[in-house]
Write a protein that binds this ligand. Structure first.
Ligand code: FES
Length: 154
């Protein structure tokens, strides 16, 4: 499902520079049709993604957040995606505690040559977010819990 113009939702995509950003580029160069809801933020590696980036995006009005990095064992910084996977799994559980529908967040792996896979991933995730609809407003309690988490030393 492609969102009609004016019917877009706000989806943020954090993509690692070496694989997934390349995959998105491959899809673009290959003129593969994609939904236009996704706003991409390029990061050096999925290991660079602090779960708070995701949380802040959701708290500040994103309807969905997608993280994508290199396939396991393909990370250009050797283990960045393993660290990312651990943190993002914990984040999924924390979203439930916060009362944020965890289906609004997903992470995956896409290589630079997988334009077709990128297209499918974006298509599926966008469809899911459209089924969920616009994210409900974050309540003051949820905001307070998110801020508490943000204040924790790491
Ligand atoms: Fe892509 Fe680390 S460089 S996940």
């Amino acid at each position: 499902m492609s969102a009609a113009p004016g019917n877009e939702l706000r989806i943020i995509g954090f993509l690692c520079n070496w694989c997934s950003y390349g995959g998105a580029d491959t899809a673009g160069v290959g003129r593969m049709t994609q939904p236009t809801d996704l706003r991409i933020i390029r990061v050096p590696c999925s290991g660079r993604i602090d779960p708070l980036f995701v949380l802040k995006a959701l708290v500040n009005g994103a309807d969905g957040v997608l993280v994508s990095g290199c396939h396991p064992r393909d990370c250009h910084y050797a283990e960045g995606n393993f660290y990312a996977r651990r943190r993002l799994e914990v984040l999924k559980r924390f979203l439930q505690v916060l009362g944020i529908d965890e289906r609004r967040f997903e992470y995956t792996w896409v290589s630079a040559s997988e334009g077709q896979r990128w297209q499918e991933v974006v298509q599926k995730f966008t469809e899911r977010i459209h089924e969920l609809g616009p994210a409900p407003k974050i309540t003051p309690d949820q905001m307070a819990m998110a801020e508490t988490m943000a204040a924790q030393p790491r």
